[in-house]
Design a binder for this molecule. Sequence first.
Ligand code: SAM
Length: 461
Amino acid sequence: ASTSTSYPGRLAPYPPDLIKWVRREGGFVHEAVKIAQDSSFGLGLVAIEEIPKGSELIVLPEHVPLRFGSLESEGGDGGLDSVLVNLARHVPEELWAMKLGLKLLQERAKTGSFWWPYISSLPETFNIPIFFPGEDIKNLQYAPLLYQVNKRCRFLLDFEQEVKRALENLKPNDHPFGGQAVDASSLGWAMSAVSSRAFRLYGKKLSGEINNDVPMMLPLIDMCNHSFKPNAIILQDQDDRDVKMLVKVVTETGIKQNDCLVLNYGCLNNDLFLLDYGFVIPSNPYDCIELKYDGALLDAASMAAGVSSPNFSVPSPWQKEILCQLKLDGEAPLLKVCLGGSELVEGRLLAALRVVLASDMETVQKLDLDKLKSISVEAPLGIANELAAFRTVIALCVIALGHFPTKIMEDESLLQKGVSDSTQLAIQFRIEKKSVIIDVMRDLTRRVKLLASKETATSQG
Ligand SMILES: C[S@@+](CC[C@H](N)C(=O)[O-])C[C@H]1O[C@@H](n2cnc3c(N)ncnc32)[C@H](O)[C@@H]1O
């Protein structure tokens, strides 16, 4: 019970010891691995002694991970419920977490579930945007994320009705959730539990085929917090004795005493970290902002940047042709483009700017698209063209910054006053988005200065 007291806010006040459970089920847990309170990230796994690089930390036998079509013969009883399978068909692919969430809810409701030791130690609540008060959803101040949050909330409300209809006239024995009521809030709990803890790994799908993208919840392993500089990785291995797939966590670096064990959840932007996990990473190198490729907006930005008569709204036919190849024009275009992240300016946008701001068709057509898309290929259409393209992006950044109703300084002083957890997350999120824009502007300004000095040097020479 002494370790149980360090599980605040878990489904059961005193969940069973997860490490013991994994070992009892035939899994392996390194003796120096313990569950501990991580100062700011909830619970985490900690090494209580030094562990050398390449050591196995945790090995889960095949029947321990929880998947939609879990190997019932080993863990639970009976096959997958047909009501559950039918309900899962209503879940769009992008909300895959809800599908596995249905299975989680079923196991949560089942008396004596094989996974109860695991489920009872899951958080009782999740601080992610679908649960934010309306005011804090607005506080995010960033339209693409507001759109995603609203979409998920709407889905949960519709799905609640779908579930109610499916459960209406069922006999108690056929009820997939043991007769318990399921509403948008419990569905939201399950979707968040999965989105914040599941990993997509190799596994058998319901059809029996092996797939490398099967979402599963990995008891104990999912106590590892995230870092872009992980000291451990997940590996999958076949058991020596038979063909079962084991899931392992292995150290990637030597681990010092008292270090937390951290995995990389993925090179994700802050939108996904916030939506799925409920946290925001400061100075996240993968964070970016989304813009819509829009001729009128680009004309305005480019005029503000000093281009006398930009023609983004009415590109000439040869330019239009290239824009179609970039999927920025033509049938079913993909108009969402990004600034920031590892690319700085999304290749498709950069190529479009270079092409539409160029006047000489032949020079453009001599170059392949990959060169036009790459920021590391310097000024492929000449310095003046590159300067106009970069200045247009800087002006786009100014416009994008203007869409945020508050300045970073105001946000910071709000945070200092002390606010609720959800307000704090929303404010941190928008500070990071604005920082991305400012960083892009800073980088491009530096490039513009360098290019301008080269242009002067050339013209003087
Ligand atoms: C897979 S669980 C890890 C275990 C979790 N800390 C717990 O208490 O159960 C993922 C959750 O841990 C927290 N977390 C993990 N890494 C984090 C990080 N780098 N910054 C902030 N929170 C983090 C978030 O709440 C996230 O949703």
